[in-house]
Each structure stands twice: as C-alpha cells, then as structure tokens.
Design a protein around this ligand. Sequence first.
Ligand code: B16
Ligand code: MG
Length: 214
Amino acid sequence: TIKAVIFDLDGVLTDTAHYHFQAWQALAHELGISFTEQDNEQLKGVDRLGSLRWILQQAQRQLSPEEETRLMQQKNAHYLELIAHMSPADLFAGVQPLFTELRQHGIKIGLASASKNAAMVVERLGIANQFDYIADANDVVNSKPDPEVFLLAATGLGVATTHCIGVEDAVAGVEAINAAGMTAIGIGEPSVLNRAIKVYPSIQKLKLTDLLKL
Ligand code: B16
Ligand code: MG
C-alpha cells in the first residue's frame, strides 16, 4: 500500500528545466563551448557542480576549484534572475488537484530535489506548506542517481521506502528512486525513462486511482 508520494521538483511540478538550460547555455557560450537543448537532457537531475563539469568535459576542459566556484555562482545568479518572476501560475496543471486527493486519502507528500534553490521555487509556486517533508541538495552529500535524497525524504516522512512512490522526469532521478527501493513513476518519454514502472507525458495525466492500483 502507498503511504507517501515523493516528487521531484524541476520538470515534474514546474518547468524550471528551461531556465536551467538558458543559464547553462549562456555560461557555456561565454566559455566558447556549444550547449544545446539535447545536451541539457543529460543534466536533468544532475547537481550544480556535476552539471558544470559535464559541460567542461565536452570541450576537454578542466578548471581549478576556485574557477569552478566562480562559474557556479555566475550561473546561479543568472538562474535566480530568470526564476525571480515565477508565481503560482507556473505550477503545472494537475498538481494541485493531485495534492488535494493525496491529502484526502491520508497519503503523505514529499519533495526530493537536486536543486539548492528548491525551497525558493516551491515558495514562489505557493505550495511550500503542502509538503510533509522537503529534502533538497542542501541536505545531502551524494546527488542523483544516488538514492540519498529520496531516502532522506522517506525518513523525514516517517514512511518505509517500500510504501513510497517516487515521481521523476530525469533518468538519474528514476535510477535514484529504484536504488532507494521505491516504485518509480516517470514523467516524459517512455523510451528515455525505461526504468520507471509507468511513464506519463505530463503530471496532469497521473491520477491517484492509477497509483492506488500499483
Ligand atoms: P541548483 P530536480 C535539479 O533539480 C535540476 O533538474 C538540474 O537541472 C539542476 O542542475 C539541479 O537541480 C541543481 O540545481 O543549481 O538550483 O542547485 O530536478 O532534482 O528538482
Ligand atoms: Mg527533475
């Protein structure tokens, strides 16, 4: 039986993936490195340092820790500018009704995000107070595909992992959910998220009745 659903943030509850893309692309171009929307797919669910290193790797570049820190700060400042105008209107359709239904059924709601900006984003979306527990990149050492952030969320919720469902849009995220011993639901392309038990094109298509059958 399901006792908790743990959601990823970027790409599942709202479209910040596009803002991450814009900010990384601007930085990459400044470094003379090409960076496409397709490249960005590889970075979904990957933390900030991991993302920067992936981009540098494309050009066989390596930088000092100081340079890395400076570039990460620059990217994040740009990202914060881009998300500054976010509002409850940016919450994906279907999220609020799903949260309401989960609550009515006594199923807990958790967040497991690789973003250090997660608290600010859920605040802007107007859903911060609807989570029973929020686990984000500030609380963990190992990033997705490591299960740490999902395990922390389950502990915070007080629910055994076998009673948790995880919802993710990233390959690394689906791997993290599976590694945590939870059931993985994907949002996106079934061919890409082929390790999820079920994949929906958007969160709006995910219905509580389907989850209850799992
Ligand atoms: P930040 P999620 C992830 O969030 C994003 O998918 C990923 O693209 C981003 O690089 C990462 O957060 C780190 O974000 O720079 O804000 O700490 O999908 O796990 O909610
Ligand atoms: Mg995501």
